[in-house]
Design a protein around this ligand. Sequence first.
Ligand SMILES: *Cc1c(COP(=O)(O)O)cnc(C)c1O
Length: 444
Amino acid sequence: MIAESGTDAALARIKRAEPSFWANPFASGTVADDPLGSAVAEAEDRLRRSRTLLTKLFPQLGGQDDPLRSPLRSAAKLAEALGEAPAQASRHWVKADHELPVAGSVKARGGFHEVIAFAEKIAIAHGLIDPHADLAPLADPAARSFFAEYTIVVGSTGNLGMGIGLMASALGFRAVVHMSHDAKAWKKQRLRTHGAIVIEHAGDYAQAVANGRLAAEKDPLAHFVDDECSVDLFAGYAASAPELAAQLRECGIAVDARHPLFVYIPCGVGGAPGGITYGLKRIFGSDVHCIFAEPVQSPSMLVQLIHGVDQLTSVYDMGLSNRTEADGLAVGQASMLVAPLMRTRLDGIYTLSDAQLFSLMRADLASNDFGVEPSAAAAYAGPAFLRTSAGQTYLDKAGLRDTFANATHISWTTGGSLVPSDERAKLNRRAAAAQTFHVEDART
Ligand SMILES: *Cc1c(COP(=O)(O)O)cnc(C)c1O
């Protein structure tokens, strides 16, 4: 065999749709710049001012002081089921965004934030509320009838449409969701039940977004939620970082140079995992190590970061299909807002086959049984990829060999609690029939 350079070998594996771990050679550990810092601080503040509003709009949230907080749950049993040494298993957790209320996915963070930010902006412009005020009055009948003049438009593979559509309808906006062929029927149904207009497209996610953008441009009273480049979405996701930091403190978990934190997050277009990574780096700097998970047929962020962020590159350019059961991750082209921000912040990416996703769900079913959707199960595989030779090489180069035994691992479970019971039964049957989870240790 002719020795391939690191990048050539990585590209060859991508084209062969082979699961693998890629260490980002541009990762810089410490990040000096903070170009979206003020947007993130604003989002944190806006979401704080939205708490009463949210409990008014969604009575089922009543009684919680922070309705948009998701639990941090022990994943010790799952970690052991996936091959972790028993003595280390208690260091594994899930950040359970699949349990986020109303939207049932991470989209409750970015999607809700963007809709609320737009509602706040037009309400201030029309004198309905003062700047920086609590946002509870946005649920009043006067605001509602005012919002009814406006349309919120979004393109989505499913979950973003649900997050945006449900929040927009709750505030009284007209909501139009353009959905790609990947979108599951139950997600469309749920949206329609809640009063959103669902337009189905035969094309992929990027085409659904393009169709939504076009439709919104023709309507002066329409606001288009642009999943490919929205700062409001990104900042809403980033606002999750202080929440996690507080939970780690509550659990007595230290994060410092001696106790690194590893976070594994499923990636589609990059907004959710990119925002979370951005927020975590702002708080923990070089003590947090963020790693994305992508399907082997849809590694959009991986392909973009390998080729450099100056030219657009899609998974189709690699001969891949962008077809996967992980509908939340079925994105062919990464966000060009997010990719440049990940160039130095992201530590690595691993890719998974659909068969492996169901193997991860099988391990979950037999241990913690968190109830995630296939997209979110991708987050479980991080520790296993770090145990491969590629993962070990990364740990050596990053100087993490000595502190790794003290590390805390968090799999960010991005969606799943709203999957209807008949769909859940189907997923569980596939999971039960899957092989035991296994990662091929491709030596290069
Ligand atoms: C949207 C989504 C992601 C990824 O978010 P992007 O912003 O598209 O990268 C991951 N998991 C689930 C379940 C999602 O719905």
